[in-house]
Write a protein that binds this ligand. Structure first.
Ligand SMILES: NC(=O)c1ccc[n+]([C@@H]2O[C@H](COP(=O)([O-])OP(=O)(O)OC[C@H]3O[C@@H](n4cnc5c(N)ncnc54)[C@H](OP(=O)(O)O)[C@@H]3O)[C@@H](O)[C@H]2O)c1
Length: 406
């Protein structure tokens, strides 16, 4: 044996197994979660909730329309983990949001299809936020997220949802579920909570980052008006605003007044009152008005007192793109926003659900400090998802509608 062969053989004995293992891991890192991958997984029986069949149960639509388009199937292909940063989660509970009902009707299809970057539009699985158990993880997933961990998470509207037994999500959009909350309570927080968080902090400028809105008030204690405090987003917004020690005004129907006060509203305004607008005016000015009632940008022009920002979650953005296409739709969007801002007594902005880790951490911290909880309107069994969708469609919600998959 010459020196070269000896050196090679020594190198192999020292490093061979390590290199081989690294190669195998690299292959698994990008390998889709396929049927063969399931069979090859060693010890998968020990992993709780690991799917041994490649089919699952779930609620999907195959075309746009009314609620009768929603179909139950126990023959849905389990989604694949395709990148190293993704996890597969077995869903334990999921909430129903107005966006689910809107998506059934085709709302936002033009832009969402562009974002999906695939020609395959259907079937679409509904459901945006959930609590579940990690059953499979890509190798790029942070080490603290392990198989068997119970997490909460949120899925952006252009991705396949979580009203199904399993869902695949990027690990940046899950964290460990706060211990203080049950699965039913926790699953209703993230979609509505991140919408309220982005409206108040990112669009409204609440918090320490932006003090520019103080021009409307002389005192340091900011004044925030939440329109529609009783729904999913509104109940979150009232509590988040309160946690910032601002003066919180909330509007709602008369029957929601006690709930809004308990959540932290300093003053509740009954929108059924004939002098409702007058009451809004006399309690002003406001640093932020957050529209969680579906009132839209036009309502800003009816408010006869000064305000810093009027942030509405009911903008025409996606509808304009649906009706007029991407370019023409966006020209109309720009014109609408200019028009909205030509009438009011403050800045009118369009707010959105924003899936950011920073926001998830903020909400988790508030839960742990017992400053944020989920008001549960009603809970439906997984088999009765249509009942849950109907409840959301009918409106007049007091908090969140939840599907129990446990
Ligand atoms: N742009 C985005 O990214 C985004 C994200 C999430 C939500 N949204 C939108 O934001 C809005 C709120 O969402 P959500 O999940 O909270 O809906 P929700 O759970 O249905 O809540 C709406 C609440 O507003 C109340 N309400 C209705 N009309 C009102 C009025 N004129 N004044 C005061 N309160 C009124 C309703 O109760 P009563 O009818 O009994 O009064 C209900 O409690 C919806 O329009 C939704 O589509 C947008």
């Amino acid at each position: 044996m010459n020196i070269c062969t000896k050196a090679l053989s020594r190198f192999w004995w020292r490093n061979g197994p390590k290199l081989l293992k690294r190669e195998l891991e690299r292959e698994q890192f990008v390998r889709p979660f396929s049927q063969s991958a399931v069979k090859e997984e060693k010890g998968d029986k020990e992993k709780p909730g690991f799917p041994h069949k490649m089919k699952m149960r779930g609620w999907q639509i195959h075309s746009y329309g009314d609620l009768d388009e929603v179909q139950f199937s126990d023959n849905i292909r389990i989604p694949q983990v395709k990148t190293g940063s993704e996890v597969m989660v077995r869903i334990k509970a999921a909430s129903v949001n107005p966006i689910d009902i809107a998506l059934i009707g085709g709302y936002g299809a033009t832009l969402l299809n562009l974002m999906r970057r695939t020609d395959i539009e259907f079937p679409l699985t509904l459901g945006r936020d959930f609590v579940g158990e990690i059953v499979y993880r890509g190798l790029g997933v942070p080490r603290d997220l392990r198989i068997g961990d119970i997490v909460w998470g949120v899925i952006p509207p252009h991705k396949q949802g979580c009203h199904s037994q399993y869902a695949v999500i990027d690990s940046s959009l899950i964290t460990h579920k706060p211990r203080l909350l049950s699965d039913i309570e926790a699953c209703g927080i993230l979609y509505s909570g991140l919408t309220a968080w982005s409206g108040l902090f990112l669009s409204g400028g609440l918090g320490n980052l932006c003090a520019s809105l103080q021009r409307t008030t002389s005192s340091n204690r900011k004044r925030v008006l939440i329109l529609g405090g009783s729904g999913g987003v509104g109940t979150m917004a009232v509590q988040i605003a309160k946690s910032e020690n601002v003066h919180v005004f909330a509007t709602g129907a008369r029957d929601s007044a006690d709930m809004l006060s308990t959540l932290g509203a300093d003053c509740v305004l009954d929108y059924g009152d004939v002098d409702f607008l007058q009451h809004i005016h006399s309690n002003g000015p406001y640093d932020i008005i957050l529209d969680c009632a579906g009132s839209g940008p036009n309502f800003a022009s009816k408010i006869q007192c000064d305000f810093g920002s009027y942030v509405t979650f009911s903008s025409p953005l996606l509808r304009n793109i649906d009706s007029h296409g991407l370019i023409s739709g966006n020209v109309r969007n720009a014109m609408s926003l200019l028009e909205d801002n030509s009438r009011g007594r403050g800045l009118v902005k369009w707010g959105y659900f924003v899936p950011l880790q920073r926001g998830m951490e903020h909400l988790k911290r508030l839960v742990e400090q017992e400053k944020l909880r989920c008001v549960v309107d009603s809970v439906y069994g997984f088999d009765n998802a249509i009942g849950a969708y109907q409840r959301v469609k009918d409106g007049h919600l007091r908090g969140k509608v939840v599907l129990d998959l446990s």
